[in-house]
Design a protein. Structure first.
Lengths: 113, 115
């Protein structure tokens, strides 16, 4: 099975712009979660989508949003970019069932100038 | 409020010896624990997990131990190999709660295995 894929892998934006990142989960996985990794804050949960609905949300401002499509692919959007949004954005998918291991994609490295 | 803590930011070990990584948590709702290995600018790779109904889980060179009363888990890697050099993250989830699929991560431990 192919793993989680994320596009683009690298992105450079300027302050005030917006950005959209894409994630394709492992086939058969319906839950997609997004995380932000920064040197100062570590790995932090952004939100989770399941069956096109946001099921969980972390403590991030409303500038961070996401959606999920009927094929389980997900996108996250960050509007009005700030310098502090520079980070590695990771997407993870998990299979249906009980205790769920999350499998991560390679991430999108976002640099905000 | 750091609910998952890895108190050792780094660990250096000789090839062939045992690496022991530790993780402490505070949230009693956590019932599923995972260890991930991560290289720079890559996504975390799942290594091994353990549910709160067990106290040990083994997979090849990797063994995870869970002490629920102490809210402590550890990862043992035996024998350590140079390819094990990476950052290791401990993560926890409260699967029976509304936040079921949310992973809370520790700060990571950088492991260096010397040949």
């Amino acid at each position: 099975k192919a793993g989680v894929t994320q596009t683009p892998r690298y992105l450079i934006k300027t302050r005030g712009q917006q950005v959209t990142l894409s994630c394709s989960p492992i086939s058969g996985h319906r839950s997609v979660s997004w995380y932000q990794q920064t040197p100062g804050q570590g790995l932090q949960f952004l939100f989770e989508y399941f069956s096109e609905t946001q099921r969980n949300k972390g403590n991030f401002p409303g500038r961070f949003s996401g959606r999920q499509f009927s094929n389980s692919r997900s996108e996250m959007n960050v509007s009005t970019l700030e310098l502090g949004d520079s980070a590695l954005y990771l997407c993870a998918s998990s299979p249906p069932g009980g205790l769920k291991t999350q499998y991560f994609g390679p991430g999108t490295r976002l640099l905000v100038l | 409020d750091q609910q998952v803590k890895q108190n050792s930011p780094s660990l250096s070990v000789q090839e062939g010896r045992i690496s022991i990584l530790n993780c402490d948590y505070t949230n009693s709702m956590f019932d599923y624990f995972l260890w991930y290995k991560k290289y720079p600018a890559e996504g975390p790779t799942f290594l091994i997990s353990i549910s709160s109904i067990k106290d040990k889980n083994e997979d090849g060179r990797f063994t995870v131990f869970l002490n629920k009363s102490a809210k402590h888990l550890s990862l043992h890697i035996v024998p350590s190999q140079p390819g094990d050099s990476a950052v290791y993250f401990c993560a926890a989830s409260a699967s029976v709660s509304a936040a079921g699929n949310k992973l809370t991560f520790g700060g990571g431990t950088r492991v260096l295995v010397k040949p």
